[in-house]
Design a protein. Structure first.
Lengths: 334, 334
């Protein structure tokens, strides 16, 4: 075991697009677990859009990050030293371990949960992790999809969108996805079974939505915000549900960001727009994971993972996330 | 009976603020009811914010208005000639009779409903009419108020807001209203029992909301849109409901109107924003009217009415509505 604990610390509150210089590489000694504690060695570290807001403490549902703190990040790991009888060495775990090789935990701080060795860490972090849970509860609890309804998903080739779309298909919906490349669009329709896809970078999104959804959109699952949210709000059907899952187009903007000018269509269409925080659903994660595992076994739910090798690439990987370089879940293999 | 049917016709699609010249005064012969029809003489004509959008056919939940059509408006009337056994002469009725002295109906086109002589036409058109129904269903069905929750209402001295606020008080909520004059604010707190009121024209709305609602807003009932919607979105509590009832600050604006830049707080606060059209609730109006009549009898629900005398003042009255000249329900006595 190495004696160094590689870390990326938050060095600056980003202005506009996150930059590598917003992080500082640091080597700390590997921490020693005290009584009742375990030492976890991270294996994969997750890159998620919400990390951008956390760098600025925009979100108050997690503790604030100070400059100099280890950057917060989800990850998988393995218990390599244990002073806790319930958590033996060799246990595979996932949790918010941060951008570092090693973390000490008593099971509560940071919290972790064990996962079975038959589950690949990439699944634990993706379809069965935060983004999968987000897709599951955002779609099923907030949007309440019914068979035959038209579902539009932005950021559809991302970790959350791609899972939300597949669940909507499982529920009998007609599903269209927006993504940023022809390759991603082909993956959505070819591999994941979406009924159609729109390349928002090259196609006229409004025209395509009109063509694909002539009777309007029953459910819009929004991961991006901005102009695409407005284009979808203009095309919602009566009693539509607009789930605000994310707003990645906003995260790297500075100053005042415009709101959805078509929000008033919620009145004409008797529709609702709703936000949520997946952490609120933590007590129900086990039921979701059971459903998801069943769908995976039946071949009805697939995960794509973009794995970047090398701890040192973490800041770059986060930037690539915002550039849309990934298909499906983006993570760094430590 | 006069032989002239005074009318105001839609003369122009308004640009910006509605103007008197957007209407043409016209005198038509009093129509003659055919078999199965009745002739209704209007007694009060309602002025409502939604009329502005109808002048431009912005709303698709009612039939479009062509230039030269009699301007659409709600009203009360009395059946003065009847060729229909179910609708005898002398029946008091309310419906969408338009800006005119007389209208012919078969009971369906335009639809009308009779009301008891013990109900004043001002009540039939107000607290028991469209604006009262809007307050009732918007607040109770969409916002689901619970005792002890904090409710903020904009346009609170208007016909809908003043009723919504009183119903929220009946349900045990703490209620704050925004209005455009000190007189209106005094009426809200003094007469209607609101817990506080903010004069948005002279006070710092954000500071006042912070002071009155230190733990956030559980329900925001929005009649105005614009900056006030944003200030309230910034202050919603967890699981808040934002009911989009109207957006009067938008109705007389031309060109692109900004959306609520703070909409993303729906995510951080796990909140929802929802619109509705009161006409969808028509089958349930009787239950609402029964509740409202009970509350009126118990002295728990009061209506203020601003009555302008004289048919010829209809266009001016509509302009005054948008200038905020009214307290409570605004109508013209024909």
């Amino acid at each position: 075991m190495t004696t160094q604990n590689r870390q990326f610390l938050l060095a600056a509150r980003p202005q506009g697009m996150v930059k590598e210089s917003d992080f500082t590489y640091h080597e700390a000694p590997v921490p020693t677990p005290g009584p009742g504690q375990v030492l976890i060695r991270t294996t994969y570290i997750s890159l998620d859009p919400s990390m951008r807001g956390q760098m600025e403490n925009r979100a108050d549902y997690v503790a604030p990050l100070a400059l100099g703190d280890v950057m917060r990040a989800g990850g998988t790991g393995e218990i390599v030293t244990s002073n806790h009888p319930d958590h033996p060495v060799g246990t595979l775990v996932q949790g918010t371990f941060g951008m570092q090789d090693y973390v000490v935990s008593d099971g509560h701080n940071p919290p972790f949960r064990a996962f079975d060795a038959k589950i690949h860490p990439q699944q634990a972090l993706g379809v069965l992790g935060g983004t999968g849970m987000t897709a599951y509860f955002g779609l099923l609890d907030l949007a309440e999809p019914q068979p035959g309804q038209v579902v539009v998903i932005s950021g559809a080739a991302g970790a959350t969108g791609s899972v939300a779309g597949q669940i909507a298909k499982l529920k009998g919906c007609t599903v269209f996805g927006l993504a940023g490349s022809d390759d991603k669009c082909r993956w959505l329709t070819g591999e994941l079974g979406f009924d159609g896809a729109i390349n928002y970078k090259t196609q006229d999104v409004g025209n395509e939505l009109d063509r694909l959804c002539p009777d309007g959109i029953n459910i819009y699952f929004d991961n991006v915000g901005g102009e695409i949210l407005d284009l979808c709000l203009a095309r919602i059907a009566d009693n539509a549900r607009v789930v605000i899952c994310g707003g990645i187009s906003r995260y790297n903007q500075s100053g005042e960001i415009p709101g959805p000018k078509n929000y008033f269509n919620l009145v004409f269409r008797r529709a609702r727009m709703e936000g949520f925080i997946v952490l609120d659903y933590a007590p129900r994660f086990p039921e979701a994971i059971q459903d998801m595992l069943g769908w995976i076994e039946q071949g009805k739910l697939k995960q794509s993972t973009t794995v970047i090798e090398g701890f040192e690439n973490l800041p770059k990987a986060l930037i690539q996330l915002f550039e849309g370089a990934n298909t499906g879940k983006l993570m760094v293999k430590v």
